[in-house]
Design a protein around this ligand. Structure first.
Ligand SMILES: *Cc1c(COP(=O)(O)O)cnc(C)c1O
Length: 369
């Protein structure tokens, strides 16, 4: 790994490939794999990630919004892209760029049919989402008749798949609830297949679903966090490799006297002679204030250095008393150790939030192409 000379998020495509192969190895060989690359591929680099996975012959991509899908098409990605949460305002662009909408409610179904008709589409691929207990997006089971009625005789769209999303696939204390969701989806699938004249494929599982409920893999799974190296349990994290490593360097070192303070609002008060280092990243880069005041630590030359005082917009200060280091030395914020999950837990959050919050100001560096 190259040494950092500024703040950089390294994206390791070899780690991505390892995670993809590992997750696939837990599935039936014929099960299709959808890679979730929303939010800049969980804060990494959606184009680099999608290109690598397309090369590995992933079956589908998913993004949250149309704009994210357009960016992938602009980069030359040709694999089908499911848009999980499209808005009617972007339907024309969605169709022009061959993106496939999730239709999750009567209103959005109606709006999509109108645009598809206006644009003279035939068999445009769409996906129908059902709510089985997350109560976020999705038709209800008793909407099936409504859907059937609305699409009867309409040639503009073709329902490629039906799907649902688990609420607590990572929480084994919620096993019963998850089994109920799986049963509900199975029932919806049966009823749905009877009522339309072709058989859409079915999908339900996210990463933790793949790990904990492989019996419910249906025709395809949708994995995000697992591809980026996290499985929501330590045992699985040990099998996966973190794709993103956030590194920075020491800009300046200070020797602090007893009772001196460090940073805004003088939040750190020194209890003795201390050595501090200032780093060029802050809350505008995605390391929020919740990590300050001793909550999280970074790694300097293999040793733990706590973040002291309040996190600033563009800087954090760390305590390097007893660590041998000089200005310009590399600092690891998260990567293999601590990994993003461990770093995030210092501030009571999860790897998903930490990773997707690393702002676009941070340079991305792609390794292992
Ligand atoms: C984000 C998302 C996923 C991916 O979940 P992971 O826990 O990251 O694997 C799958 N399905 C839907 C509908 C999502 O919104």
């Amino acid at each position: 790994m190259p040494k950092a000379s500024e703040t950089v998020l390294e994206i390791d495509l070899k780690a991505l490939e390892h995670n993809y192969r590992y997750l696939r190895s837990r599935l039936n060989p014929e099960t299709k794999f959808l890679a979730v690359v929303k939010a800049f591929a969980y804060g990494s680099d959606a184009v680099a990630i999608a290109k690598k996975l397309e090369h590995l012959e992933v079956d589908y991509f998913a993004v949250a919004y149309v704009k994210e899908g357009v960016a992938l098409r602009d980069a030359g990605i040709q694999t089908p892209i499911l848009v999980l949460h499209p808005q009617a305002a972007n339907f024309e662009e969605l169709i022009e760029r061959c993106l496939e909408p999730s239709l999750y409610a009567p209103k959005i179904l109606r709006e999509f049919l109108d645009v598809a008709k206006k644009m003279e589409q035939k068999n445009y691929p769409v996906h129908v989402k059902f709510n089985t207990g997350l109560n976020r997006l999705g038709f209800w089971e008793n909407d099936i008749d409504h859907i059937q009625e609305k699409i009867k005789g309409r040639t503009e769209i073709k329902i490629m798949s039906i799907f649902s999303h688990l609420a607590a696939s990572d929480d084994l204390e919620e096993k019963e609830f998850t089994h109920n969701q799986i049963d509900a989806f199975e029932k919806i699938a049966l009823v749905f297949d009877k009522k339309i004249d072709h058989t859409p494929f079915k999908h339900l599982l996210n990463t933790s679903g793949i790990i904990n409920y492989p019996q419910a893999q249906f025709d395809m799974v949708r994995s995000g966090i697992g591809l980026y190296g996290f499985g929501n349990e330590a045992e699985i994290d040990a099998e996966l490799k973190p794709v993103a490593t956030l590194k920075t360097i020491i800009s300046q070192i200070h020797n602090i006297e007893p009772d001196e303070t460090v940073g805004y609002n003088r939040a750190f008060v020194s209890d003795g002679y201390r050595v501090t280092a200032t780093l060029p990243l802050g809350h505008a880069d995605g390391i929020g204030r919740q990590y300050g005041n001793g909550k999280a630590y970074v790694i300097v030359n293999g040793q733990k250095a706590p973040i002291i005082g309040n996190v600033c917009m563009d800087m954090i200060m760390i305590d390097i008393t007893n660590i041998t280091c000089i200005e310009g030395d590399e600092v690891i914020v998260f990567g293999e150790n601590p990994n993003a999950e461990q770093f995030a837990s210092a501030a009571n959050t999860i790897s998903y939030e930490l990773l997707t919050g690393i702002s676009q100001r941070v340079k991305r560096s792609i390794l292992g192409m």
